[in-house]
Each structure stands twice: as C-alpha cells, then as structure tokens.
Design a protein around this ligand. Structure first.
Ligand code: 5AD
Ligand code: SF4
Length: 440
C-alpha cells in the first residue's frame, strides 16, 4: 500500500510540474513515506530524517530550494511529535490526507518567502501538518495514473476494523472504507490505457471489500474481480491482503471460475495456536483456517499459499510456537513474511504483562524462518526444467529482464527488450530460495 501511495504522490507532484530525481542530492523536494507497523520501521524514519536534515542545510546554504515532506503512518501516529523531534521538516501529512499535498506545498513555499523577507525572524519553525481523516475520500482527488506500467497496483479498500491486539493499522489508516465499484473499474481502465496487463488489488483487508455499485448495492470482492476480469487487456489479477474469516463463497467461486486470478493467495494466519490467535483477537481458529485452505484447494487445485507470522506474541509458550511450525508444514506455504512481535504504543498487546523475552523471540524467528526458507526453496526447485509464464516488467542492473511467475516468484532472464511488459514462457534453469533464473 505504501508503494501505491508513493506512486500516487509522485503523480500529484508531476501534475504540479515536478519530475523524479535520481538521488536526494539532486532533488528540490524529498518526500519520505513512512511505515509504523513495527518499531524498527518507525525508528528508521528519524535516522533517515537526520541525514536529510544535513542535506537540507547544505542545499539551503547553496541558495537552492529544498522542501522536506514526511508522509504516512508514522506522521499519523506520532502527530506533532514529528515536528517536535524534527522541526526542520516542512510538511507532515497523514496517509488519509496526502491529496492535500499541493495545498501544503503552496503553503510552505509562501511561508518560506515570508521568512526570507523577515530578516529578524528567519529561524522560526514553519512546518505544516495535516493528520485529518477527511470526510471526503482522498481517492476522489487523485490524478489519473501517469506512468506506463504492465504490472499495476490498484487500491480498492483501505483501513481496518479488526483491531488485532498488536496492530496499529486501525489507528493510523482509520476504519474500513471500500471504494465504489465504478471508481475501481474506471481506474482499472485507466491503468490498461497505460499498458497494465496485471492488476494487483490492494487493501489492508482487501477481502472485506464491500463497495457500492451504481444502484447503491454493496458488492463483494468476488463480484468486483468478475467485473475486472471482463476487461480483455487484463490477463492477471491478484489481491492482497486477505483476512481468513472474510473469505466468502463468492471469492472462493471466483478462484474456481476465473483463470485470470493467479493461483497464489496471501492469507496471513499470524500464529498456529488457538490460544495465541485468541489473545491476538484474530477471529478464527486453526481448524477453521485449515478448512478454508482445503476449500480453496478444491476450488483451485494449483493454488499456493503465503502467510505472515508473528513470533513471540505476549504469552506465546514453546508449545504454542510448535503449533505454528506444524501449521507451516500442514499448509506447505510457498512463501511467507515473518516477524518478531513488536509492541506498538497504544495497542492493547503492548500493555500485556506476559511479554516474551527478546532472546526467545530471536530463537523462534530463526527456527521459523529456517523452515519457511526450506519450503520456499523446495517449491522453487520444483520449477527447474519447467516452462512458466512470466510477466517481465523491469530491467535488472546487469541488463537482464526481471518478472514474476503466477506464484509471485521473481525470475531473472537474459533476454532482449522486446520481451519487456509481456507475458512470456520462460524455461527455469536455476532456483534459489528467493528467485529463479531462466531462459527464453
Ligand atoms: N509486531 C510484529 N509484526 C506485526 N505485524 C503487524 N503488527 C505487528 C507488530 N506489532 C505484521 C503482521 C501483519 C504484517 C503486515 O505485519 O504479520 O500481517
Ligand atoms: Fe492489522 Fe491486519 Fe489485524 Fe487489521 S486485520 S488490525 S490490518 S493485522
């Protein structure tokens, strides 16, 4: 979602006449889009800001423009703390207010001009901040996609009402909101005009999608995907991230009927023990999750599952952790992200007394990642010698083309540029845990 938001902010700035710069040193404006999901990501913002402060000072000493903007969930969560800890920041914008960027840029330029004239007072902090959750949807104000792209993101839903005990998203992104069906279809058609053949539908809780159609009727993700699949030019459809108990019959049937939905599903279970799931306020049991996996396999036998895991949630025992390893083996995940539990200020789990020791978290994460890597490598190796359709959509540093298989595996191929932005059968010759290499 942050990549999508960053792209949208670039489009907004391009409409104002800005262009992308290769490095911060060449830029008149730097926009740092931030993530608050774990402490590590959030703290990184302040070290990055420290570096940008020096750059700002250097550029300003040379008489050049430099606007420093910080956006995203760290701004939302830390609010005025950003301008207190980093008073040299010009613009701080929460994730629901980034369509206000042009207004904020105009404000800061005006303030800078006034400051420059006011010789006695030019040290005054002039940063502007907006962390509103506006009643009008930011999506109504976003410009049409500008860059050519064969593989595009499309946000259809945002925010979350699930309130998992560890998670900041409901507080930073706000409550669940689904874009109307027609808006989504319009953006899909615009993306197609820019060359999209693969669409990735995005949302923190994408399968809770319930956008209204033109008659005011609420429609599900399954319905929306059927509509998108009717657009001929679109050859591949994905959606992420799904909440297990929101997978309804319509989306399962869509997997059964629509070839264009890729046979890869990111379906985070988070933990493999019912005790931990309950403490996390995840609203399903391991048994229910496994039944869902079976249903989806029945609908689409070639489907592969991916997940997110949190280890060391407060109260997680050795036994609980072993159950997570069991689930990994039972589902046979083909890919996963795994994290140590990170207490986030303001979330219920952060104030629980039974926090797990850091050392144990590290041990468990090592064991889990070892198992996940092994699974991923096995899965990747099963492709060696086979031909796989790959959407080659970018160029690597050594001139090779890079793309994705239906299962989201990265593939590197030595191939001519004529294959760029097309789906081509690639013969896989080598596999590692994180990538495949192949030839045409
Ligand atoms: N600590 C560790 N991981 C977290 N995630 C969300 N909140 C936390 C936290 N406090 C993980 C979950 C989620 C992914 C996006 O980030 O696994 O699915
Ligand atoms: Fe966070 Fe996902 Fe839980 Fe929502 S469902 S609170 S986004 S982990």
């Amino acid at each position: 979602m942050n990549v999508y938001d960053s792209e949208k902010m670039l489009d907004i700035m391009k409409n104002l006449g800005y262009q992308t710069a290769e490095t911060p040193e060449e830029a008149d404006m730097v926009l740092l889009n931030t993530c608050h999901i774990r402490e590590k990501a959030a703290e990184k913002v302040f070290s990055d800001l420290g570096r940008l402060k020096s750059l700002k000072q250097t550029r300003e000493a040379e008489g050049k423009d430099f606007i420093l903007a910080v956006t995203g969930c760290v701004v939302q969560a830390e609010d005025n703390e950003i301008l207190r800890r980093a008073p040299y920041v010009d613009i701080a914008l929460g994730p629901q207010a980034y369509h206000k960027l042009p207004e904020m840029v105009a404000k800061i330029i005006r303030k800078k001009e006034l400051n420059a004239k006011d010789k006695n007072n030019n040290k005054k902090n002039i940063g502007v901040i907006n962390t509103d959750f506006p009643t009008d949807s930011k999506f109504d104000f976003l410009p049409a996609p500008m860059d050519k792209k064969s593989n595009a993101f499309l946000a259809i839903q945002e925010g979350c009402d699930k309130f998992c005990a560890y998670c900041v998203v409901p507080y930073t992104r706000g409550i669940e909101y689904s874009r109307p069906v027609e808006d989504v279809l319009k953006e899909a058609r615009l993306l197609v005009e820019k060359g999209a053949i693969e669409i990735n539908l995005l949302g923190q809780n994408v399968n809770a999608y319930h956008g209204e159609d033109d008659s005011g009727k609420e429609r599900s993700l399954g319905y929306l995907i059927r509509k998108i699949a009717e657009i001929d030019e679109i050859k591949r459809i994905r959606y992420t991230t799904s909440y297990p108990s929101e997978m309804d019959e319509e989306i399962i049937e869509a997997h059964r009927d629509i070839e264009k939905i890729m046979p890869y599903l990111h379906l985070p279970i988070q933990a493999g023990s019912d005790n931990v799931l309950k403490a996390m306020n995840r609203r399903y049991s391991v048994k229910q999750y496994m039944e869902l996996v079976e249903k989806l396999r029945k609908a689409r036998p070639d489907i592969g599952f991916a997940s997110d895991f949190i280890v060391g949630f407060p109260g997680e025992s050795d036994e609980d952790f072993k159950e997570t390893l069991k689930v990994v083996n039972d589902v046979d995940y083909i890919q996963a992200y795994s994290f140590k539990y990170s207490p986030r200020p303001g979330t219920p789990a952060a104030s629980l007394k039974n926090q797990v020791d850091e050392k144990i978290k590290i041990e468990r994460l090592d064991i889990l990642q070892e198992l996940l890597n092994q699974k991923q490598l096995q899965f990747n190796q099963s492709f060696v010698g086979k031909k796989v359709p790959v959407l080659l959509d970018s160029k690597g540093s050594q001139g090779q083309l890079i793309g994705r298989t239906p299962y989201m595996q990265n593939v590197h191929v030595k191939a001519e540029d004529k294959y760029l932005d097309k789906i081509t059968d690639v013969e896989i010759v080598k596999a590692s845990p994180n990538a495949l290499s192949g030839k045409i």
